[in-house]
Design a protein around this ligand. Structure first.
Ligand code: AMP
Length: 442
């Protein structure tokens, strides 16, 4: 079955050729013909299945066919996503897929300049990708309205609820025209999501692909048992030895349970001479974007992430996922390891399991109906770990990424120290508590 036979128009087929997509994925096969008819859709699918194209491609065709132009401060298609990263990636895909059509795509999400958002939507846009909070801010400030929405997409609805967006979503749905097409996607479908779907959808067609458990079948999975304090040394050894015969560690995504934990892993790896970057909610938007861009372009080979920050990270060629800590929700494990097996590619997932995480591992094995293969600790592990700790204590010099962040901090404050009250930076020096002018607007 080809994209052509699904009834997509020429400008889209041209864009797909440019992307080298040859055959539609299962969710695309199921969703595209239905969406083209204008019917509402309830999709059970997770990231990595090609679901973005499944809702964006037919929507582009419908937007072109309806031949309307968006009025000022309006959008014709609204895509709601839970995180900035996912919103950014959906917009990137929408831009690529609509490359040969006249549609205008914009994004609005927290952490970016609201002034810029206002400019972007002032003349109206065809496709707007937004996180719920920033969208409501713009509506409250009367810089945007939803009266012209023809198509609404709710992506990763289960994450929306986890992140506490329920009230925002209820507020948004009241502002939408009753006559519209709604496409609703979630990786899981517990009752709370079903209730939310009922609020948004009318007589939807249902499509569903690869329930969480089956994605895991495409990933080689291993677990190493060790004590929590030994995990850092195990990680360093594994990254240094390339996990021996089990594939080259070309691009490694490491998961920690907390933001603080992610920073700590990056810092200690730096002390062991291994460059890595962290991505989590405490990082500024430019820091997150930079970390992600460098991971994508291969300058950063190791990215340490929390679950929320990793949602929607779409990087092809992640060779290994390492669970530095096991997640306490089994579905989260499947989401995590799914990062290595995107759009058909296979990957390797390694989990570090401490004594108090064994119950989580049981839950994961029950959900995936698979037993995770146990990899023993490397020979001489205890002695190696001691040596790593000793070297670290003797030379606590961090490498590249950490150092770069420190340099940025240094540069920010150096003028104040070096030129206090005189010379080129004198005007930038302000009493304590006020920002120096040079730093304002960062
Ligand atoms: P998604 O589930 O939308 O996040 O997509 C996962 C990845 O699969 C993205 O990198 C897409 O660019 C890619 N992809 C989507 N559809 C196809 C397709 N039909 N053929 C090849 N790659 C695809």
């Amino acid at each position: 079955m080809s994209f052509q036979s699904l009834g997509l128009s020429q400008p889209i087929l041209q864009a797909l050729t440019l992307k080298n997509y040859e055959t539609p994925t299962p969710i695309q096969l199921q969703a595209i013909p239905t969406v083209l008819t204008g019917r509402d859709l309830l999709g059970i699918a997770q990231t990595g299945t090609g679901k973005t194209a499944a809702f964006v491609l037919p929507s582009i065709d419908r937007l072109i066919a309806s031949k309307r132009r968006p009025g000022p401060r309006a959008c014709r298609m609204l895509v709601l996503a839970p995180t900035r990263e996912l919103a950014g990636q959906i917009a990137e895909s929408a831009r690529a897929y609509s490359r040969f059509s006249p549609l205008k795509v914009a994004t609005v999400f927290g952490g970016t300049s609201i002034g810029r958002n206002k400019q972007d939507v002032a003349r109206g846009v065809d496709i707007l990708v937004a996180t719920p909070g920033r969208l409501l801010d713009l509506i409250e400030q009367r810089c945007l309205h939803l009266n012209e929405v023809e198509i609404l997409v709710l992506d990763e609805a289960d994450q929306m609820l986890d992140l506490g967006f329920i009230h925002s979503l209820k507020a948004i749905v009241k502002l939408l025209p009753a006559k519209r097409q709604t496409l609703f996607f979630s990786a899981t479908m517990p009752k709370s999501i079903k209730d939310l779907a009922d609020r948004f959808l009318s007589d939807p067609a249902q499509v569903s692909v690869a329930p969480a458990a089956t994605t895991a079948e495409r990933v080689e999975q291993y677990v190493s048992f060790c004590r929590q304090p030994e995990k850092q040394a195990l990680l360093t050894i594994m990254l240094r030895t390339g996990f021996s015969e089990r594939g080259n560690m070309e691009r490694v995504l490491i998961f920690t349970r907390t933001k603080h934990g992610a920073d700590r892993v990056v810092k200690l790896l730096g002390q062991d001479g291994i460059a890595a970057a962290a991505i989590h909610g405490n990082k500024s938007q430019p820091q997150r974007e930079r970390a992600l861009a460098e991971f994508k372009n291969g300058r950063t080979k190791i990215l340490v992430a929390t679950d929320i920050a990793a949602r929607g990270i779409d990087v092809s060629g992640v060779s290994h996922v390492i669970n530095f800590e096991l997640p306490n929700v089994a579905e989260q494990y499947v989401h995590r390891i799914g990062r290595t097996a995107r759009a058909g590619a296979e990957g390797i997932a390694i989990s570090f399991c401490a004594e108090d995480e064994r119950a989580y591992l049981k839950g994961i094995e029950k959900l995936t109906r698979q037993q995770v293969e146990i990899v023993p600790l490397p020979p001489g592990f205890t002695a190696q770990a001691e040596r790593i700790k000793a070297t670290r204590a003797a030379s606590p010099e961090p490498v590249r990424h950490e150092r770069r962040e420190e340099e940025v901090r240094e540069r920010r404050f150096r003028p104040q120290r070096a030129h206090r009250g005189r010379g080129r930076y004198a005007s930038a020096v302000k009493p304590m508590g006020q920002k120096p002018r040079r730093a304002a607007g960062r």
